[in-house]
Design a protein around this ligand. Structure first.
Ligand SMILES: *Cc1c(COP(=O)(O)O)cnc(C)c1O
Length: 392
């Protein structure tokens, strides 16, 4: 609250110090959007004793406004964690789930099917910091114990892998990692925290691209890290404060606006995606459908045990005779499914990935096509996919 202006001054000053607060007595169902660089203090004592870690107060735009704190608190509550920190993209959140927890000479484990930019980070800044990053098979489960080293500080899990859809045994990996003294971080973007309770399954750190289902409308990028306890939250918050990581209140408002409809949107795309996945199995040009709810998806039984549902992203593999050119023909013939990265918005998307490069032991010859199911009509989406099959 600003100090009230007791005297009217000259016009330019009065523009800056209004006589009355705005909209007294106004109440609405939605939060306001409160923007700030400068946050005002009532007196010098409060200024001198401020702390960026004290979330009962506001200190500066980078450490939060009521709008960004509202979102941060809702994410933390949604996930059942101690607290969250918001980042300007999902990838920034991924990076800040590593950086505060590693020192030169430390070892971390990432799955071989990980979201590709994590490998770039591993070979870039993490390597520059002399952090040793090793890959593990996402289906390894408790066997990961053999890859743990005395200096392993963090085990990264992404489940299901967002392109090849393997469902990892998070509880088994977490147990082995904890026995070896490492923290367990999960990229929980796929389930949006709705179908996988990360902390109940053993994770210490849960990362989201809020860009996807929480925002839900393909109009912003944002990420969050939620921490199980206060000690780990302080380390991530400290790193964010040191480097000025923060989000714009306007973007935070858009996520606050998207969140209430998220469960309903996810349940809808789950129904449509599962229907399309079963329908694809019956197409003679399709070799395999990688959707966690289908028994042919690696880790299907783990998904059944640990998840309460599937979302709207999945992949399928064409028969051996249909390579990269065929996949391009298929995708280019689609009218409703658009070509573009990301997912979780209202529009359906289709992409193909060259896995020979990123996954040396990838066993399939046929091309992989990854679909994001949006909110269009199910029958229209099937008719659109038939255009793709006709183009093969
Ligand atoms: C999209 C995505 C990210 C990164 O999110 P951005 O906001 O696009 O930077 C990280 N992990 C997974 C699994 C994603 O799908």
């Amino acid at each position: 609250m600003t100090k009230p202006a007791s005297v009217r001054r000259r016009p330019a000053t009065n523009l800056i110090h209004p006589a009355r607060p705005v909209s007294p007595g106004f109440r609405s169902l939605m939060p306001g959007t409160e923007r700030a660089s400068t946050v005002l203090f009532e007196n010098t004592e409060k200024w001198k004793t401020r702390s960026g870690f004290d979330e009962s107060i506001y200190t500066y735009g980078t450490s939060g406004t009521p709008t960004t704190r509202d979102l941060q608190n809702r994410i933390a509550e949604w996930e059942g964690g101690f607290n969250s920190v918001l980042f300007p993209s999902g990838l920034a959140a991924v990076a800040y789930a590593f950086i505060p927890f590693v020192q030169p000479g430390d070892h971390v484990l990432i799955p071989s099917n990980v979201y590709e930019p994590v490998k770039t980070l591993a070979n870039g800044l993490l390597k520059q910091m002399n952090v040793i990053v090793e890959q593990y098979d996402p289906m390894i489960g408790a066997g990961i114990a053999a890859q743990m080293k005395p200096n392993t500080k963090l085990v990264w899990v992404e489940t299901p892998g967002s392109i090849t859809m393997e469902v990892s045994d998070l509880p088994a990996i977490a147990e082995a990692a904890h026995n070896g003294g490492a923290l367990v971080a999960i990229d929980n973007t796929y389930s949006a925290g709705w179908y996988l309770r990360a902390f109940e399954k053993g994770a210490d750190i849960s990362v989201h691209a809020l860009t996807k289902y929480p925002a839900g409308h393909s109009d912003l990028v944002m990420g969050s890290i939620t921490l199980r306890d206060e000690a780990t939250w302080r380390r991530v918050k400290d790193a964010a404060l040191q480097t000025g990581q923060c989000v714009a209140p306007d973007d935070a408002y858009l996520v606050l606006r998207g969140l209430p409809t998220m469960p309903m949107r996810i349940q809808h795309v789950e129904r449509v995606a599962t229907d399309i996945a079963h329908w694809l199995i019956a197409r003679k040009q399709v070799g395999k459908v990688l959707h966690p709810a289908l028994s042919q998806c690696p880790g299907h039984l783990i998904w059944k045990r640990d998840f309460t549902g599937a979302t709207g992203v999945f992949s399928f593999i064409l028969n051996d005779e249909f390579g990269a050119d065929a996949a391009a023909r298929f995708i280019d013939a689609l009218e409703l499914f658009q070509i573009g990265a990301s997912w979780g918005g209202v529009g359906s998307l289709a992409l193909t990935y060259d896995l020979a490069k990123s996954r040396p032991n990838w066993p399939h010859k046929g091309a992989l096509i990854r679909l994001n199911i949006g909110l269009e009509d199910l029958e229209d989406l099937k008719e659109d996919l038939l255009r793709g099959f006709a183009a093969l």
